[in-house]
Write a protein that binds this ligand. Structure first.
Ligand SMILES: NC(=O)c1ccc[n+]([C@@H]2O[C@H](COP(=O)([O-])OP(=O)(O)OC[C@H]3O[C@@H](n4cnc5c(N)ncnc54)[C@H](O)[C@@H]3O)[C@@H](O)[C@H]2O)c1
Length: 254
């Protein structure tokens, strides 16, 4: 898929991995609609003026997401791609020292990380399917964000790992279904990346995660995630897979 002039929706595009995708795609002359609960910094809107529109969106809301797609298409033309980065972290044991895990917290994580991703895929999928195919028969691509916890969830990560495992599991059935529309579906499972989500973790936890990496011995940079997203956009042979981007990390139980 040609990135230049393509209209792309990025959920969670105001921070972290999503914000890095927005900046990278804007530099590659895409046209971007940021669908996030909070706005991006003013500096970003100013730097890429005319290439970015922000639409305040809860990814769980059908109406708000459709409004974001409509805003993007009105300003930039037919939607060609989506990147789902909106997500929340939650850590809680099933059996904490007192009581049991909160059902409301479990539902909230599943709602934002899984239902929000599905909501984005179905509404963006419909918009992309309505567009014109290129010479290769391709109409567009949708990239979701899973996590290595989908495969190696640590103690306390049951809810988060379940949500990200389900995001990974959506990939192949949707790639198979949407092939008839010329739409690829790919998921990226990041290891540990230096974003506001991870900056909130205690230093001890961050260091332990770095120690578990094979190479390089550091957290991933959001720009490295954004570079893979752009590569997936451009490489039509990547489809139906969950790609690990993790410096070889295999998370231990704790
Ligand atoms: N940072 C990591 O190490 C890491 C690793 C694996 C997976 N991930 C996943 O990558 C994605 C991006 O994470 P990040 O580290 O950039 O986090 P982040 O907290 O920096 O950014 C997340 C963004 O999502 C937005 N958001 C949250 N709930 C939303 C909702 N209901 N509707 C719309 N927007 C919402 C937030 O406002 C924020 O801008 C998440 O899905 C996260 O689970 C992150």
């Amino acid at each position: 898929m040609l990135i230049q002039n393509a209209c792309v929706l990025v959920t969670g595009g105001s921070s972290g991995l999503g914000a890095a995708c927005v900046a990278n795609l804007a530099r590659q002359h895409a046209r971007i609609v940021i669908a996030d609960m909070k706005p991006p910094p003013d500096t970003v809107l100013r730097e890429y003026e005319g290439r970015i529109v922000f639409s305040q969106t809860d990814v769980c809301s059908e109406n708000e997401l459709q409004l974001a797609i409509d805003a993007g298409q009105r300003q930039f033309g037919p939607l060609r791609a989506a990147v789902t980065c909106a997500g929340i972290l939650h850590a809680e044991r099933l059996l904490p020292r007192e009581g049991v895990a909160s059902l409301d917290a479990f539902r909230r994580v599943i709602d934002v990380n899984l239902v929000g991703t599905f909501n984005t895929l179905r509404l963006c999928g419909a918009a992309i399917a309505a567009g014109e195919a290129d010479a290769d028969g391709e109409r567009g691509v949708m990239v979701t964000t899973s996590s290595v916890t989908a495969f190696e969830g640590q103690v306390g990560q049951a809810a988060y790992a379940a949500s990200k495992g389900a995001v990974a599991s959506l990939t192949l059935p949707l790639a198979r279904e949407l092939a008839q529309h010329g739409i690829r579906v790919v998921s990226i499972a990041p290891g540990v990346f230096e974003t506001p989500m991870m900056q909130a973790a205690p230093e001890k936890v961050r260091q332990s995660l770095i120690d578990q990496s094979v190479f390089p011995k550091r957290l991933g940079q959001p720009a490295e995630f954004a570079a893979l997203v752009s590569h997936v956009f451009e490489n039509a042979m990547i489809n139906g897979s969950t790609l690990r981007l993790d410096g070889g990390v295999r998370l231990a139980a704790r």
